[in-house]
Design a protein around this ligand. Structure first.
Ligand code: C2E
Ligand code: MG
Ligand code: MG
Length: 913
């Protein structure tokens, strides 16, 4: 009933809100609309009244000039008026002109009729004539009907002329009223949708006289008005033809209002529904659905409230129906429901004082009573409660009774939750028979499920304590096995993950750093000495690192360690300390080894929020340290950017190889003796997203690191072969150089693969030169030389690229099975300034000549460099001095142009011979 009333009030209230807001919006919007239109009307009116005044005082005031002439010429001979007004009289709109001297009419044009006599007095005319004399300024009267020859409606312009403020006379011009009104262009109002009315107040009668009106029937009482003085009062009123708010606008406002009301209604309904749901949820959150009593949360909340509200004693009773679960299963849900529903009424009947009751789990209840009791009374009460709540159930035609065991206590001011726990523990300690074992079993089960942080030594019972200790030891051992490296007794990757997770879960805001330490060329120790020596080194490293990282040290991979540092020590200092710590020689047997390490660092939470994330980052930083040969790399956003660029490059490279849009450019090589371009080098070009190209060296290095270089190399080789076949050869190129990564050479069967590829393009093998970077080749000479030999035998030429950069030694040059050496720009650049480099280059060229090797000088940019190189006897030049790398079409044009020039010079030579 109560809720029904509540619901009705809520509904009525909502409807009222909707209606009121609808009314508010409707009137508000209409008011606003009207205000806007009236503002517009006021502007129009202002403009019009100003315009009317201007016209009446200005262009329409024909009397003004005559009045001035009267002043200058005097009025002794009024005949002057005939001459002065002659042109004026030609205007059909000018109906009369009068000249008064003082109060007397001295001249009237056209010639005065019998009715208007010259010599007539001012006062014989209308009130307006006298008014002009009094105010001594222009007075306009109209429209008035002048009774002259024929009655006519005119506007009178009465312009007095004065001298030093003294009135002398008056010139009156009567203008046809239609003409005057026409000048005001009132049509505008109608075009803009307004009715109008120009009216004035008769000074004598005080009556309203309408001068002109667009609609005589119209009631202008609601119109927008303005008034002005000429000098009598004139008024102009306008009003929209279809009212200030048109029916269409009215409908629109009504529609908007309705829509708003509907929306508001819906919102209110949704709000009410949400409230209802919330209330229900709150109820569910604190109530036990089966009994209608509180659940644990609800009970604790209420009890806390009780304890705060008053200091009156509260007694707490914990009731356990042992074996409830099995009984419930046997009696079935229907009977259980009845049993549970009956609990509250029974409690209510038994307890006389205020009480709270809750159901903690299936057969566990808790009751708090606000009443004073001593220990004995509590004991008695508990017994009574147990009896009162005895559950009588019928299982398969036999009656069964379930009695509750009761544990009780006097409530203190501690939080209810804590008091409850104490009470429950007391109960289990007392009843002893099942609880500790039960709890132990549960913990073991949780452990089996893989939960962390399970500890067994909580229970006070002596025997159980022993068992718990044993279990704890076993747990530690099992964890050690899962989380540590058995050979070196140091944490493994899994432990790292667990520890970081625990750290983060414990306090998300607490910062820490992750260090990754890698021993440079560790494998060489295993190879040079033995695995034992390798192990010894690792053990020593672990020992030294544990001094810094303690138990937060992990070996994640052969010679790669992770360390977590939680102190706020400066990371650079710590890295330095680690370097020093590890650079101290490690002695094994007689050998004393100096280790070199790379260190990478990243921080939580700046660089990652999960162990995996942080590990990724720190490994990326380590990779960077190895590539750049830096001893320490601290992860930063630039590195992040670099990694992103690298990812982008790889992505682009893959996509462009797949859809065959990766570009290959060609740089021509000039043969100095013949002054012709006989060869070219193919260079890969990968467009970036900004309209330029990524550096070829960066692309190739990345491809090498990502096992993509074979794909890349094959693509460039095929493109270069096809270019030779279809264009290059015809344009005079005798060779095409293609760069080969050493990785390509080291793949099994690479020679066959390359030869097949070239042949499949349909060109002769002798057209191709494969370039291999000297420094890299030397490192893997043994493995690569067989492949190179095979390629050479098949007719391919091999060039040693970037000669002079790395290992460069002249000694092995004679033993190398190559055909061409390409001297790197870093060497050729220096010959102008360094005599040492000049001598070196000279020796290389000579050595090459002895071994029948061709020499290409790379990177020639200036005339001087070119001359010097030429003098040294180098055969080929490749450099910007002659041409930068070009797209295929550009190279075609370039070569055609060269051929044309050569042809012409030959022709010229022949002519002169
Ligand atoms: P590289 O094989 O030594 O190629 C010559 C490089 O020197 C080219 O750089 C070329 O543009 C540049 N160069 C030529 N003349 C001049 C000059 O007068 N002044 C200067 N400053 N530079 C000049 P690019 O194209 O950036 O290529 C860089 C390196 O990338 C190449 O050096 C080569 O080792 C590698 N590379 C390029 N394309 C490929 C490819 O398809 N496969 C492989 N494996 N490596 C490639
Ligand atoms: Mg090259
Ligand atoms: Mg080179």
């Amino acid at each position: 009933m109560k809720t029904q009333i509540k619901r009705a009030v809520l509904l009525g209230g909502s409807a009222l809100i909707v209606l009121l807001s609808g009314f508010g919006i409707f009137t508000g919007m209409r008011g606003m609309l009207k205000d806007i239109r009236q503002w517009e009307a006021d502007n129009i009116l202002y403009f019009y009244s100003e315009n009317i005044k201007l016209q009446l005082h200005g262009s329409l005031n024909e009397a003004d000039l005559l009045a001035q002439s009267a002043l200058i010429l005097g009025t002794e001979d009024p005949q002057w008026l005939d001459i002065a007004a002659a042109s004026l009289m030609e205007n059909p709109a000018v109906k009369q002109v009068y000249l008064f001297e003082g109060d007397t009419l001295v001249r009237a044009l056209p010639q005065a009729s019998e009715k208007v006599q010259e010599g007539k007095k001012l006062k014989d005319f209308s009130y307006a004539y006298t008014l002009a004399k009094v105010v001594k300024e222009l007075v306009i009267e109209g429209p008035v009907v002048e009774m002259h020859h024929v009655p006519q409606s005119v506007f009178l312009f009465l312009q007095p002329f004065t001298q030093q403020g003294a009135y002398l006379g008056l010139v009156v011009v009567a203008l046809d009223s239609d003409y005057v009104l026409e000048q005001f262009s009132f049509d505008y109002f109608q075009n803009a949708g307004y009715d109008y009315e120009l009216w004035r107040v008769d000074q004598q009668t005080g009556r309203k006289e309408i001068v002109i009106s667009s609609n005589a029937e119209m009631d202008f009482s609601q119109a927008a008005k303005t008034n002005f003085y000429l000098p009598t009062e004139w008024n102009l009123s306008i009003q929209p033809v279809d009212g200030w708010i048109s029916p269409r606008q009215n409908m629109l406002v009504a529609a908007v209002t309705l829509a708003e009301m509907l929306l508001l209604g819906l919102l209110l309904a949704a709000f009410v529904q949400l409230q209802n749901k919330n209330r229900k949820l709150r109820k569910i959150a604190v109530h036990d659905p089966g009994t209608g009593l509180y659940n644990r949360t609800g009970f604790c909340q209420k009890l806390d409230l009780w304890l705060r509200q008053s200091s009156a004693p509260v007694q707490l009773f914990y009731l356990v129906f042992e074996g409830y679960d099995q009984t419930a299963q046997l009696m079935g849900p229907e009977q259980e429901n009845t049993v549970l529903k009956g609990l509250y009424p029974r409690l209510n009947a038994y307890i006389q004082s205020p009480f709270l009751a809750g159901r903690l789990s299936a057969g566990n209840l808790v009751v708090a009573i606000r009443d004073e009791m001593d220990a004995q009374q509590r004991e008695d009460f508990a017994r009574g409660l147990s009896l009162e709540l005895m559950l009588k159930v019928r299982i398969m035609e036999t009656k069964k009774f379930l009695t509750a065991q009761v544990q009780h206590a006097l409530c203190t001011l501690e939080p209810a939750q804590d008091q409850l726990e104490v009470l429950i523990r007391k109960y289990y300690l007392r009843s002893g028979n099942l609880s500790p074992i039960h709890s132990l079993t549960q913990k073991i089960q949780r452990l089996i499920q893989g939960q962390n942080g399970i500890v067994f030594d909580e229970d006070a019972d002596l025997e159980i304590l022993e068992l718990s200790k044993a279990l704890n030891q076993y747990r530690k051992k099992a964890e050690q096995m899962a989380y540590s490296d058995p050979a070196f007794k140091v944490g493994n990757r899994m432990k790292y993950q667990r520890d970081v997770n625990v750290l983060i879960q414990y306090d998300k805001r607490r910062r820490f750093r992750l260090y990754c330490i890698d021993i440079c060329s560790f494998s060489q120790y295993n190879e040079l000495f033995s695995a034992d020596v390798g192990d010894k080194i690792l053990r020593e490293v672990i020992l030294r690192l544990s001094r810094v990282f303690g138990s937060n040290l992990y070996r994640i991979n052969g010679d790669v360690f992770l360390g977590i540092q939680q102190s706020s020590e400066n990371q650079e200092q710590l890295s330095q300390q680690l370097h020093e710590l590890l650079s101290r020689p490690v002695t094994t047997g007689k050998a004393s080894l100096n280790l070199e390490v790379r260190i990478a660092v990243c921080s939580y939470p700046q660089h990652g929020s999960t162990p995996e994330n942080l590990l990724d980052r720190v490994q990326a930083a380590l990779r960077h340290a190895k590539q750049t040969n830096l001893p320490t790399v601290i992860y930063n956003s630039k590195l992040d950017q670099l990694l992103r660029t690298e990812t982008e490059i790889l992505h682009q490279l893959q996509a462009r190889i797949l859809d065959q849009t990766l570009e290959v450019w060609y740089q021509p090589l000039r043969d100095l003796p013949t002054k012709q371009y006989l060869a070219a080098e193919a260079l890969v070009r990968l467009p970036d997203l900004k309209g330029g190209y990524y550096s070829a060296a960066q692309v190739v290095a990345l491809a090498e690191r990502s096992q993509m270089v074979e794909q890349l190399g094959d693509y460039v080789l095929v493109q270069a072969c096809l270019y030779m076949k279809h264009q290059g050869k015809a344009l005079g190129l005798q060779r095409m150089s293609v760069n080969l990564s050493v990785q390509q050479l080291l793949i099994n069967g690479s020679a066959e693969h390359l030869l097949t590829l070239i042949k499949s393009c349909g060109i002769d093998l002798s057209l191709i030169t494969l370039e291999i970077t000297e420094s890299v080749l030397i490192q893997s000479l043994e493995q690569a030389s067989a492949t190179l030999e095979q390629l050479r035998k098949a007719g391919i030429r091999i060039a040693l690229d970037d000669f002079g950069v790395g290992y460069s030694s002249l000694n092995y040059l004679s033993n190398l099975t190559v055909d061409v050496i390409k001297i790197d720009r870093s060497l050729t650049k220096q010959i102008l300034t360094s005599s040492k480099q000049y001598t070196l280059l000279k020796a290389i060229v000579e050595m090459a000549a002895v071994n029948h090797l061709s020499v290409v000088a790379e990177g020639i940019e200036t005339e001087e460099e070119k001359q010097m190189i030429e003098e040294l006897g180098v055969q080929y030049i490749q450099g910007y001095f002659y041409s930068k790398p070009k797209r295929a079409e550009e190279l075609n044009e370039f070569l055609s142009e060269q051929n044309r020039k050569k042809f012409q010079s030959e022709q010229n030579r022949k002519k002169f011979q």
